[in-house]
Design a binder for this molecule. Structure first.
Ligand code: HEC
Length: 129
């Protein structure tokens, strides 16, 4: 399962120069899978699921941070903002991983919230939500 996700992430990387809608959707689908896996991990007290979910998100974010988002953003002046969100997401995922490693699950849920708000922040800009 994890291997398949990584393979998908890597294969997306090669086609990403074009940043077409298909690859964006594939990356966002990885983002969604990662979030679901984390949530399942929390609810079933399964540390490995949380850890693997974070890894999926890190890979998806790494791919997405290389994308030329100008084609997706109607508000082109916000491109730098989306790059900042990518950086914040990377930082929050690193802190999230650290909290999980330390088995500090209460703190970890705070980072789960921050990661969720990073997702929403970017979508708000992209869609003018
Ligand atoms: C830096 C920007 C950015 C971040 C961060 C981001 N996304 Fe996205 N997301 C996009 C873009 C661009 C699209 C495609 C454009 C669209 O659907 O309007 C998209 C679309 C999606 C969609 C498809 C929605 C639909 O209506 O079809 C899902 C699901 C999604 N993202 C999940 C996530 C999750 C989960 C996260 C956080 C873990 C996340 N995204 C973080 C930019 C981002």
């Amino acid at each position: 399962m994890k291997k398949a996700l990584l393979a998908l992430a890597v294969s997306s990387m090669f086609t990403f120069a074009s940043a077409d809608e298909k690859t964006i959707n594939a990356t966002m689908s990885l983002m969604t899978q990662g979030m679901n896996q984390i949530q399942t991990g929390f609810l079933y007290s399964n540390k490995e699921d949380v850890k693997n979910g974070i890894e999926v998100l890190e890979n998806a974010n790494a791919i997405f941070s290389k994308v030329d988002v100008t084609t997706f953003i109607k508000h082109n002046n916000k491109v730098q903002v989306t790059k900042n969100i990518n950086n914040n997401l990377a930082d929050n995922l690193a802190a999230f991983k650290k909290a999980i490693k330390a088995e500090n699950y209460t703190e970890a849920t705070t980072y789960y919230g921050k990661v969720t708000s990073n997702c929403i922040a970017c979508h708000t800009i992209i869609r003018g939500w």
